[in-house]
Unconditional design. Sequence first.
Length: 428
Amino acid sequence: MDDITRMCRSLRSSAAILARQTARQKNLALQAVAGAIDAGRESVLTANARDVERALAAGMKESLIDRLKLTHQRIDAMLDSIEIIIKQTDPVGQCVAGWVTPDGLDIRQVRVPLGVAAIIYESRPNVTIDAFALAYKSGNAILLRGSSSALESNKALVAAIKEGLSSAVEKYGLGVPGAVELACSGNREEVDTILNAVGLIDVVLPRGGAALIKMVVEKARVPVIETGSGVCHLYIDDSADICASCAVAENAKLQRPGVCNAIETLVVHRDILDQFLPVLEQRFAGRAEFRCDAASYPVLKRAADSAGREDRVVPAVPEDFGYEFLDNILAVKTVGSVEEAIEFINGHNTRHSESIMTASIEHAALFQQCIDAACVYVNASTRFTDGGEFGFGAELGISTQKLHARGPMGLTALTTTKYLINGKGHIR
């Protein structure tokens, strides 16, 4: 029996124990985990520094290094997310619906854990903590399979998690240390084993780039909750406020260009090209390369040339639209109406997050009604598509599918329901 299969069998046993834990018991265990992470933060940062050093030596681009790197501030954010999850209502046991049939059967639909979840993810070590905490609070055991680039960080974090759960056993007589495992061989074969673990794993979640997600969806024989790569758009309508639109574009592209909720394409109404684009170029100040269609290129090129940034504006090629750069690169597309913007975005997006800047109530309503995406914004940055920002404390990822879960996935995304039926000797 290989290591992954052994882990899955152990997780299955632990999931059965965890499913019987009360909300109070799970919260005390999560508090102990937070304490262990806090106490062991220097070990975590040291391990992370080794990952970052190795990534730099391999030539990883800056935006992806940012996703990999941990700091005291980011560890504090992890601890904050655990605290928020602790304070949230436990979904397990919640009654979704209930009724009594005409012949007296009492029927209740209640939330229950999925069982054993596996998450396959890239780079970001904070996902290790987020996924564990959400799984544990919702009564699920979880198998973590991070990328090799974050291996040392993930090992240190999972060691802290297990230490915290073990301390909860010693201190309170509760905690299920076997409810979390890390697949850490780095061997690609372990991914194949996870995706084919029918009967051992109840759901797998891919979280990363388009290639990872495509591979998981195509190869998995276990159920998949599909998270999507983030080809996100910001549409600047002809009635949009210029200054506010530049500020939102700056935030949506430049704050963290390597994340899935950053925009990759700016869609601009042709009537405001001359007013908007020079202000945008000045605001970006050379911090991103613009890849422009035929209408936007001369406007941005003139603005960049006058500022001595002529190398930051280049003509776009068709492949630039619908591509996830994860870098300081922004494609620019010109349209003649909100309807054309909607058609273009729906034809090039990944159903993740889209936004419109407009002063028109009618255009805002049409955009939100017609755009096919998990999150559709009006006059706001797409960077808000995040479990923490939505008040979930953390997220398992952004689901771009339409069944079971969509958008940022919190506690309820790892639950299903079952029907509990009480009778009095009823026969049919």
